[in-house]
Write a protein that binds this ligand. Structure first.
Ligand code: ADP
Ligand code: MG
Length: 831
């Protein structure tokens, strides 16, 4: 009986979803030959049958089995685009979205206008686009505009095993959108692709899919990989250990590529440098092209640019509402992991004076060393796919981008340091830090698997088997590790009021959700829940607060809620262009070169010291005097951007003044994007982007400080008072509402010498001490005016003294005959 019903149901669906026509693809013979070797080709029929019969299909297959490149082609050939729908593929990383769209276009012999990509700032989507690769953040924004995603016939969620926040949310949303579409007679398919077999979070989750979607496993042709553990585990110098291991492999073992996993950009460059010194590679003419440095690349780009008569203008409006900051797809996946490693590519890719004497190595065998990390220019990344120069052994030094997103051909040896750099966020204190941590066993095995793609391989783990045994089995979903205020705001804007009830594949903790709602309420983005009534009712109401008009405006800005609030307030006194610039610069994170990183040689170290001194001098200049100095680090950002744009934003200016050129370009793009977003939200604002901007006037600076305070109201710190000063640990320290320990103004901050009594900060980073980043001085009397929601108001008689609540120190400020008590754990003050 049941079977019959199911069959009937199936017939109807088949009728609806049956692709109309088979679309032939004219592939080049060599491409076709290579495709046929991919394990996924053997499963094409099974995959397509499952897709035809079911709304959602989960596909698991080893990295390199052909999921990303082939599944969109299967669907295209089967006619899923024939009635006008697009096949959408989401990737958690920009790198993958761009490179995979190029690869699929090449394989299908179709122009980029048909197989296109869309990432935060750029894309080549046209009216003819049939297959669209995009970052997951881009699709999320499209859902906001059209909940039913009507232009798509299929959505493929790629790299679902990475469990990036947006991927998780997309799966939750699509679990509702797909059935809705089918009910409305607009059939749509969902394919979830994962490189690991751990997919229970999607399939066994009853809140997500009532009937578990079928799981198709693609058996990859995986050759045996022999795993070698180190006897001892180096605790610090794993880069040195990796270097020694590579030297040994290169000198003693048969031909075959080497892939090394390190944790960040700086490590990658330092190892590349050591290897190039140990095995100098002298390219012959044929290969000079593949040895080009970033400078060459720029030259050739410049040359190419000259030939182009007119470039198509990008309409920034289309990009106006994409998520950035914590939510920016790249930061989430790439920059975060490699953040603050700001090393200059040219330092490493250019010539190196052979100054130090590394371990003796046989330089007669060429070693072709290539770095790979997500911030590397795509043109340089693409080199890993090209064949190595004849006779040379390729050695790719990578961060964990090489773990699953990209498959590098010809790798026989993997050297795994066993670590990964991740951003850690303390939910209670709000302190972020980048920590290098052990990977999971699943990651370690994934890395080892990279060695056995074309023939049996070897994986050298730079840690002992006992340490491996202590690794967690799988990596945690990102959503459980980061604040979710931006997500909650986006979801409220999608009219999902009860975020707690959302079918997350892995739900964030209720504390994180509550913290997010509290922040959004205090920013005015959500309606205040009732203050009186039964406790459980209040608590329930708290978790389903509807969005306010201000919240909707904030959600339209592609930045985290705190910054969105600043933009929403920025119209006063002509401050908008400055606020846009400050927000853009704050979200780009590290705009200054890092001259404290370890230098490769003495000469380099002297050079860096000189540059650092110049950089400090410039920062002091940009910070200005008196009133503008009060804006602190944000004034430095403003000054740096203004000065750089005034000089035409050249590479040379950045180089001379310690600015990261790429960061400055990104700020410029973000300013354009935010200016458009502001104009779209409040059409009467009419903000126009003057790149160079005159410096703000004194009264504008005061206004800017207040706007910054309104956005960062939960990030106030106050200089410690006399009694704590007796304890040396509190010297020059600041107290924050949530931390028991002092936080400090970093020596590189504009306010390091001034030490204002009250400051707001962008975030706290824990390095040697807990340092506030992005510090701006504020005045205490602004707090009750601008942030009444953070204050308890009472008349003097009612609350005579701070000992009213002995557990928390309270700020007491006296104004217009009323006492305000601010309920932070701050030392009491009388005003
Ligand atoms: P999966 O998504 O299952 O990890 P892919 O579809 O990304 O696998 O890759 C399939 C094959 O295509 C791999 O063997 C890889 O080496 C090859 N490939 C992918 N991108 C490129 C490229 N840009 N150039 C050459 N080969 C590529
Ligand atoms: Mg893939």
């Amino acid at each position: 009986m049941v079977v019959k019903e199911e069959k009937k149901d199936k017939d109807v669906k088949e009728e609806d979803c049956k692709p109309a026509v088979f679309i032939p693809v004219d592939r080049l013979p060599e491409i076709q030959e290579a495709r046929l070797k991919l394990p996924i080709l053997a499963e094409e029929q099974m995959i397509m049958e499952a897709v035809r019969e079911k709304e959602c299909v989960v596909l698991c297959g080893e990295t390199g089995s052909g999921k990303t490149t082939q599944v969109p082609q299967f669907l295209y050939e089967a006619g899923y685009t024939s009635s006008g729908g697009i096949i959408g593929v989401t990737e958690p990383r920009r790198v993958a979205a761009i490179s995979m769209s190029h690869r699929v276009a090449t394989e299908m012999n179709l122009p980029s206008g048909v197989v296109s990509y869309q990432i935060r700032y750029e894309g080549n989507v046209t009216e003819n686009t049939k297959i669209k690769f995009m970052t997951d953040g881009v699709l999320l924004k499209e859902i906001q505009k059209d909940f039913l995603l009507q232009k798509y016939s299929v959505i493929i969620i790629d790299e679902a095993h990475e469990r990036s926040v947006y991927t998780d949310i997309l799966i939750g949303l699509l679990s509702r959108i797909v059935p809705l579409r089918n009910k409305k007679g607009l059939p749509m398919k969902l394919v979830i692709m994962s490189a690991t077999l751990r997919v229970e979070d999607f399939t066994e989750n009853k809140r997500l899919f009532r009937t578990p979607p079928p799981v198709i496993k693609v058996e990859a042709r995986q050759f045996a990989v022999t795993v070698h553990f180190n006897k001892r585990t180096p605790m610090d110098d794993y880069t040195g250990e990796a270097f020694r291991k590579i030297c040994k492999i290169h000198r003693m073992l048969p031909p075959g590529g080497i892939l090394v996993f390190l944790t960040g950009q700086a490590e990658v460059h330092s190892l590349c440098r050591r290897l190039r010194k140990a095995f100098p590679y002298r390219p012959n003419r044929e290969h000079t092209d593949s040895m080009e440095t970033e400078e060459d690349l720029k030259k050739s780009k410049r040359a190419k640019k000259k030939k182009i008569v007119s470039l198509p203008r990008i309409n920034l409006d289309n990009y106006s509402a994409l998520p950035v900051d914590e939510g920016d797809e790249d930061r989430q996946a790439g920059i975060d992991e490699e953040y603050n490693e700001g090393s200059d590519l040219e330092l490493d890719l250019g010539d190196h004076p052979d100054t130090d004497h590394e371990e003796k190595a046989d330089p007669s065998i060429p070693l072709y060393v290539l770095p790979l990390y997500s911030l590397l220019a795509p043109e340089l990344q693409a080199k890993v796919f090209r064949p190595a120069p004849a006779g040379a052994r390729v050695c790719v030094v990578a961060t964990n981008v090489a773990e699953t997103s990209l498959t590098i051909p010809g790798i026989k040896y993997v050297v795994d340091c066993g670590r990964v750099k991740k951003r850690f966020y303390d939910r209670v204190t709000g302190v972020s830090s980048f920590k290098v941590n052990w990977i999971s066993q699943a990651s370690a095995n994934q890395r080892a698997g990279r060695a056995g793609r074309t023939e049996p391989g070897h994986c050298y783990r730079l840690y002992s088997s006992a340490v491996f045994g202590d690794f967690s089995l799988f990596s945690e979903a990102e959503i459980t590790r980061r604040p979710v205020d931006d997500l909650v705001l986006q979801m409220k804007d999608l009219n999902i009021e009860k975020v707690v009830n959302f079918p997350f594949p892995t739900p964030p903790s209720s504390e994180a959700l509550i913290a997010a709602e509290h922040l959004l309420i205090s920013l005015g983005a959500l309606e205040q829940p009732p203050r009186y009534g039964r406790l459980d009712e209040i608590e329930r109401a708290r978790l389903s607060c509807p969005i306010t008009p201000l919240g909707r405006a904030m959600a339209a800005f592609p930045v985290a809620p705190r910054y969105a609030k600043m933009l929403a307030l920025g119209r006063q006194q002509g401050c908008m262009p400055y606020i846009i610039t400050i927000v853009a610069a704050m979200t780009v994170r590290e705009i200054f070169e890092d001259y404290d990183r370890p230098a490769g040689s003495e000469e380099e170290s002297t050079k860096m010291a000189g540059k650092k001194a110049r950089c400090i001098q410039m920062r002091r200049l940009w910070a200005g005097q008196e009133q503008s100095l009060q804006l602190g680090d944000l004034m430095v950002l403003l000054g740096a951007v203004g000065a750089c744009e005034f000089a035409g934003c050249t590479h040379q200016f950045c180089e001379e003044n310690g600015l990261r050129y790429k960061a400055m370009l990104e700020i410029r793009r973000l300013r354009g994007q935010l200016t458009n977003a502001v104009n779209a939200v409040c059409s009467e604002a009419g903000v126009y982007m003057d790149k160079k901007m005159a410096p703000p006037t004194e009264s504008q600076v005061v206004c800017l400080r207040q706007i910054v305070l309104a956005g960062l109201g939960d990030h106030i710190a106050r200089q410690v008072q006399a009694e704590e000063l007796l304890n040396p640990k509190w010297r020059n320290g600041y107290k924050t509402p949530l931390l028991d320990d002092p936080v400090f103004i970093h020596p590189s901050s504009a306010l390091h010498k001034t030490l204002p009594e009250f400051v707001v900060y962008q975030e706290i980073m824990e390095t040697t001490k807990m340092y506030m980043r992005g510090v701006c001085a504020i005045q205490a009397e602004w707090i009750p005016k601008l942030l009444p929601q953070y204050c308890h108001f009472s008349v003097p008689e009612e609350s005579p003294a701070p000992w009213y609540c002995p557990l928390s120190d309270r700020v007491k400020c006296h104004q217009q005959s009323t006492f305000y008590r601010v309920s932070w754990k701050l030392p009491a003050i009388e005003m």
